[in-house]
Design a protein around this ligand. Structure first.
Ligand code: HEM
Length: 256
């Protein structure tokens, strides 16, 4: 999955590794100093990528950011790229991990997926309903006072919208999601995720390959109750997902 994102953005293996290290710092951060340090690490990595593409442009997102018609300067391209890497990496990993967790902890779901009664695409939508990787939208700021039911939203104050809460609202919720894509996991409106098709392809392919390669994969902790989630309101992210599997031959690269 990391390689797919690096390829899309045009990051060299070294820059991809530096960006990944920065995201790992941000992922584990519980204080503002560590967040600042992680952000700075990411900015340095992305500045390297922009310099590299000024010298060696190619068919990738970084080159398109700096070439006309976008024509961003170095600082603009660096920050856009950092935003794209941060926004693109974590939710996609978490979608894959959350789906694997559901598969390994819910026999009915896992069985239907393994024996083909549920396609990987439908399984992904099930996880986007029940465990959306971006569990809370980025803050919104009402431009004027608004009344929502019995709640007053003051102007210019942040409003956090829980995607998980919307998806599981008992007023509209049903346990049968088969073929139902009415979840809000990709956001809505003009700021909805522009990369949902890319992210779906990456997650589908990653899971299909993983299930092909590691047919014996099993959870290494009893029934998933000991699994821990990372703190924070935005990402629905497992701290780790311990599994066991039988040895298998490495997959041949490049993959078809
Ligand atoms: C499973 C993977 C992903 C999920 C669940 C996801 C989800 C979302 C959601 C919910 C939003 C809207 C946030 C809001 O309105 O507050 C969003 C926006 C965005 N996403 Fe994704 N995303 C994923 C993958 C990606 C990838 C791979 C990229 C790019 C490489 C990406 C780029 C963006 C960008 C640039 C925005 C901001 C759009 C705007 O503000 O106009 N996302 N994403």
């Amino acid at each position: 999955m990391g390689q797919a994102l690096n390829w899309l953005l045009g990051l060299s293996p070294e820059t991809g590794k530096a960006a990944l290290d920065a995201i790992m710092v941000l992922r584990a951060a519980t204080d503002s100093e560590t967040v600042k340090a992680g952000n700075q690490q990411l900015i340095v990595a992305m500045a390297d990528a922009v310099m590299d593409k000024r010298l060696h442009p190619a068919a990738d997102v970084t080159s398109w950011l700096i070439e006309p018609p976008a024509g961003l300067n170095d600082a603009e391209a660096t920050y856009q790229l950092a935003m794209l890497y941060a926004t693109g990496s974590q939710p996609t990993w978490n979608l894959i991990a959350n789906m694997l967790r559901l598969m390994l902890t819910d026999d009915g779901f896992g069985g239907r997926l393994l024996y083909g009664a549920l396609s990987v695409t439908d399984a992904i939508d099930e996880v986007l309903f029940t465990d959306p990787p971006l569990a809370t939208m980025f803050p919104r700021f009402p431009q004027q006072m608004q009344i929502l039911d019995t709640t007053m939203l003051p102007p210019h104050q942040p409003v956090l919208i829980s995607v998980s809460g919307c998806n599981t609202d008992p007023a509209v919720h049903s346990d049968d999601h088969f073929g139902n894509r009415s979840h809000l996991a990709w956001g809505v409106g003009i700021h909805a995720c522009p990369a949902r098709s890319v992210a779906t392809v990456i997650a589908t392919k990653s899971l299909a390959l993983l299930l092909d390669a590691l047919t014996e994969i099993q959870l290494a902790v009893a029934d998933g109750t000991g699994l821990e989630w990372l703190p924070g309101p935005f990402h629905r992210a497992l701290k780790s997902l311990p599994v066991t599997f039988s040895p298998c031959s490495p997959l041949e690269l490049p993959l078809a």
